[in-house]
Design a protein around this ligand. Structure first.
Ligand SMILES: *[C@@H]1O[C@H](CO)[C@@H](O)[C@H](O)[C@H]1NC(C)=O
Ligand SMILES: *[C@@H]1O[C@H](CO)[C@@H](O)[C@H](O)[C@H]1NC(C)=O
Length: 412
């Protein structure tokens, strides 16, 4: 008995100490906070199941940031009972994750995992442009980031443009500044100042004439050219404006064929980077659910697909892809329009997608909770039938009487 009581006490203490790391915020928040506070805030609604799933992750993030001595404070707010605060952050979905840093608001749209949210909090909570003052710091950063944008040189208009791009894009990627001396000797720079991107084991520099606006260029180049792609990443790649060549492979154990598809895409991304990286990203995706939603039909695994995320369009190879040459022909065909695009976001396609989504949702509902599914489907049908029956009855009393009499005979 006393054992059980101490367990209860212990867990109550645990909950208490854990929730102390997450502060409950309300409509007074904007007036109460200090000017240079940095906050990571989760907006929730009491009825939202996804919000509840996020609770343990949120507590963990709160306690970790606290124990790391991070300046980021963690809070949560019930958006339904604090409409003023929710409006201030333009909360439209639940849960919504936002950061507030020196009165600038940043919204998070990645996967709702501890690692991804912690990375976001570190990135946005830290300096907008991080200084790499020595070769060691540069190497250290290289080891931790797949893609790095680095400004090299003294103060200039380009640096101003770089900082203002960072202001908008810090939610997506890290920004660094460095001096010539802190970069490895092997990095050759045509002139200073310069903006470089380090990725895919190489680097290249931004050229205003050919690359256009700096911010758009950074947005286009912020993904590694080949990577594992999940639905969040694929969605985010949409505003890069590039097409994505995907090897769709099995979710758990890869078949030999799946491995071959994956390595073919990786090979093309490495060996033909110069030719295709302006127009394409490359990667592999595990499982077919997301793509089935896009193409509105079954997708066999493994397979290849090129996706145009700007308009929900897609391209399929016209024949079997056995060799690297076949894959290159596929890419060329997409670029010169000899392979016809499918899908898209025309009104007809959007209607088709709506019907498809409803069908998939109903199928899923039936599979998971057949009773509720039947109820949802049958209830309107039943109401409609009764309504229909009453109409008929009023309009054709004679038929009704006939039915009644046959029924009477049967029951006799
Ligand atoms: C900075 O951006 C402005 C427009 O936003 C552009 O006109 C100017 O050329 C840019 N400067 C440099 C050095 O890239
Ligand atoms: C991808 O979609 C955009 C937006 O509709 C369009 O401008 C572009 O031409 C498309 N790309 C290809 C290769 O079809």
């Amino acid at each position: 008995m006393s054992d059980r009581r101490s367990v209860v006490l212990l867990s109550a203490l645990l909950v208490l100490s854990v929730s102390a790391f997450v502060e409950e915020l309300d409509d007074t928040f904007m007036e109460m906070k200090e000017a240079d506070d940095i906050w990571l805030i989760k907006f929730y609604a009491p009825w939202c199941a996804f919000c509840r799933q996020l609770d343990p992750v949120w507590h963990q993030i709160g306690s970790e940031l606290r124990s790391l001595g991070s300046p980021v404070r963690v809070g949560k707010a019930d958006a339904t009972s604090n409409p003023g605060l929710a409006k201030e952050f333009q909360v439209r979905v639940y849960p919504a994750i936002h950061m507030l840093k020196k009165d600038v608001k940043y919204s998070y749209s990645g996967p709702r995992t501890r690692d991804a949210i912690m990375d976001f909090a570190h990135r946005v909570g830290g300096p907008l442009v991080r200084s790499l003052s020595s070769l060691q710091l540069f190497q250290h950063a290289m080891n931790h980031h797949d893609v790095m944008f680095v400004y090299v040189g003294a103060t200039s208009q380009l640096k101003g443009n770089f900082s203002s791009a960072a202001q908008d894009l810090i939610v997506h990627t890290y920004f660094f500044s460095s001096t010539r001396d802190a970069l490895p000797k092997a990095v050759s720079l045509p002139s200073l100042p310069a903006v470089l991107v380090f990725k895919d084991g190489t680097y290249f520099s931004y050229e205003e004439e050919q690359d256009g606006d700096l911010k758009l260029w950074i947005n286009r180049e912020r993904f590694p050219s080949y990577q594992r792609i999940d639905s969040y990443t694929l969605y985010a790649m949409g505003d890069s404006g590039k097409l994505v060549l995907l090897a769709l492979v099995e979710e758990n154990s890869l078949s030999e064929e799946g491995l071959r598809y994956k390595s073919l895409v990786e090979k093309v991304s490495e060996e033909h980077r110069v030719t295709y990286s302006r127009n394409f990203y490359f990667g592999f995706m595990e499982g077919s659910d997301y793509i089935e939603g896009l193409v509105m039909g079954d997708v066999s695994l493994p397979s290849f697909i090129v996706v145009n995320l700007s308009n929900d369009g897609y391209f399929l190879p016209p024949g079997a892809v056995e060799t690297e040459r076949h894959l290159l022909d596929f890419l060329d065909g997409v670029l010169d329009s000899s392979i016809e695009g499918q899908g898209g976001n025309s009104a007809a396609q959007r209607l088709r997608r709506l019907v498809y989504d409803i069908r998939v949702t109903l199928t899923l509902l039936f599979r998971q909770t057949p009773l509720l599914g039947s109820f949802l489907l049958c209830f309107p049908i039943a109401v409609f039938s009764i309504f229909f029956y009453l109409c008929c009855k009023n309009h054709a009393a004679g038929v009704d009487e006939d039915e009644d009499s046959t029924r009477d005979k049967k029951s006799d």
